[in-house]
Design a protein around this ligand. Sequence first.
Ligand SMILES: Cc1ncc(COP(=O)(O)O)c(C=O)c1O
Length: 273
Amino acid sequence: MVIARSGARFLSSAASTRAALWRASLSGIWWESRNSRAAEGPGTIAAILIETVVGTAGVLVPPPGYLAGVRALCDKYGIVWIADEVMCGFGRTGAWFAFEHYQAIPDLITFAKGSNSGYVPVGGVIISDPIAATFDQRVFPGGLTYSGHPLACASIVATIDAMKDEDIIGNARRIGSQVLGPGLRELAERHPVVGEVRGTAVFWALDLVSDRASRAMLAPSILGTSAGPPRSSGQSLKPPLSTFSSSQRPRAWSSGNRSQPPSARKVPMEARG
Ligand SMILES: Cc1ncc(COP(=O)(O)O)c(C=O)c1O
């Protein structure tokens, strides 16, 4: 999504555009895309907002160098890079933030449900030092009815503490590399209907296809239900970060200092997405 300088005009948000951008060479990148040409040049663009790992559109993990390229272009043209980490942040990709995997640091980071497992409604923006400093001498002209609500903030602090105590991020990473990844790839080997397996940690998707070579999606008549055709041929898997298999118990539980699994305790960790 590209945000025009003249206001919050969204020039492009379609998943297809994002996919096309990823395919574009980093040197040509988005000025060449149909929607971005309408922006009449980089000087008109205030910010670019992208999910670090795209979620609902199919768990699209960026290729090596892509986000570093976005960073370089934003630096070159004075554009703010906003990373949407609502879905991929707070451990879902096996790191506190997904961008940490890519050696590129955004200017603003949006977050929400992952930060407190959705126990109470909450969302926020993490602001880089240079941008925060612009408000040292002037008032930040923003706010919401419930900005900084103590209950919401306390739920984030408690969740982060529990995630650290139970090594939830490490667990998500291990479940992905040792259980989910191998298991899904094995499914793909056994079933030609699985066109592609993508993902990391506890953030995965399968493309269901009628033909692997052409990647044609499985016909709606096969995928559809009585409620109508499916929204996509991708099937996503986003289990709780505390998911474990019998051979993959979370460290805190298996270490013996707790009598029950995390899911049975007072504060179950279920980062929803
Ligand atoms: C990736 C992503 N960004 C943004 C949002 C919107 O977040 P909110 O409903 O907190 O505004 C969602 C909601 O599911 C999301 O998944």
